[in-house]
Design a protein around this ligand. Structure first.
Ligand code: NAD
Length: 277
């Protein structure tokens, strides 16, 4: 099954499995079991963060799996307090230590926190991590176009990835166009709308699910893949992990794709990055 996941080449030259598994709000008490289940289902790309407080347990699951390091793609993120204080070096080393890894495949600035004006110095530290191999690729999360413009103007390396809220009522077309021009890959967080609205009950999703004999969640993940997004759905249930991974045996038609495009309301369900500081 693992081999079915397309790989996307990043500007670092390394590649990322397009479908991964996120562990936001996975309680530390459950996180090792959850990640072991995800790896058993076939996921090889795991998305965590210092702020999720489960890097230790993610690391324990990676180790217990016995899967070789080069088959895994591990992302973690610089937490906001360490970004704000400029303690980027210490934060990176602590994440690596907790994960039990020598390097991460992708290290992200979790939020731009624009009022602090610290993302450029943080990024300069990130460029060092890429140079010394502690991060194979470096990227950002929750960056709006003006934040990306400011970062690109002031630094050497263009972010490989921008991980942002993205789902059918918030499709981020402007950001996607900007990112395509700069070869910044878009990674969708909250890809299932975080369960905060009745995405699965929407007519175009229901219609496509019925037409293909798939579940609404599978249709939404398939939509992300066909848009070209990297996508990291989360579930604590092994059954749903397997359901979310079983999306490579069908394709949405152009009409189905257009009907889902029309759902867009340009409406977030999460925080506005301009206001997180
Ligand atoms: P999501 O959209 O993946 O939704 C998760 C919820 O959907 C789960 O609670 C689960 O109950 C439900 N679900 C999952 N599979 C389902 C299925 N097959 N059928 C029915 N319900 C199902 O939301 P998320 O976890 O917030 O986002 C995914 C990942 O993105 C996170 O785990 C995290 O790694 C990342 N993330 C990043 C940021 C950021 O600021 N960079 C913010 C939020 C999330």
């Amino acid at each position: 099954m693992t081999n079915e996941v397309p790989q996307i080449t990043l500007n670092s030259g390394t590649s990322i499995p397009q479908l991964g598994f996120g562990v936001f709000k996975v309680d530390p008490a459950e996180a090792q079991r959850v990640v072991e289940d995800a790896l058993a289902v076939g996921y090889r790309h795991i998305d965590t963060a210092a702020l999720y407080h489960n890097e230790n347990e993610v690391g324990a699951a990676l180790k217990a799996s016995g899967i070789s390091r080069d088959e895994l793609f591990i992302t973690t993120k610089l937490g906001n307090p360490d970004h704000k204080s400029g303690e980027v070096e210490a934060a990176m080393n602590l994440s690596l230590q907790k994960l039990g890894l020598d390097y991460v495949d992708l290290y992200l600035i979790h939020w731009p926190m624009p009022a602090n004006e610290m993302f450029v110095p943080a990024w300069k530290a990130f460029e060092g991590f890429k140079a010394d191999g502690r991060a194979k690729a470096i990227g950002v999360s929750n960056f709006l176009v003006p934040h990306l413009e400011a970062l690109i103007a002031a630094t050497e390396i263009v972010p490989a990835v921008n991980q942002v809220e993205l789902h059918p009522i918030f499709q981020q077309t402007e950001l996607r166009d900007f990112s395509a021009k700069h070869d910044i890959k878009i990674e969708a967080w909250g890809p299932l709308g975080q369960g905060k609205y009745d995405l699965f009950g929407m007519q175009p999703i229901q219609d496509a699910a019925a037409a293909h004999g798939k579940t609404p969640a599978q249709v939404v993940i398939r939509w992300h893949l066909q848009v070209g997004n990297i996508v990291i759905p989360k579930s604590n249930s092994k059954t749903r992990m397997a359901e979310n991974f079983d999306v490579f045996d069908f394709e949405l038609t152009a009409d189905e794709f257009a009907a889902i495009a029309a759902i867009d309301e340009n409406r977030r369900v999460g925080s506005d990055p301009a206001e997180v500081n």
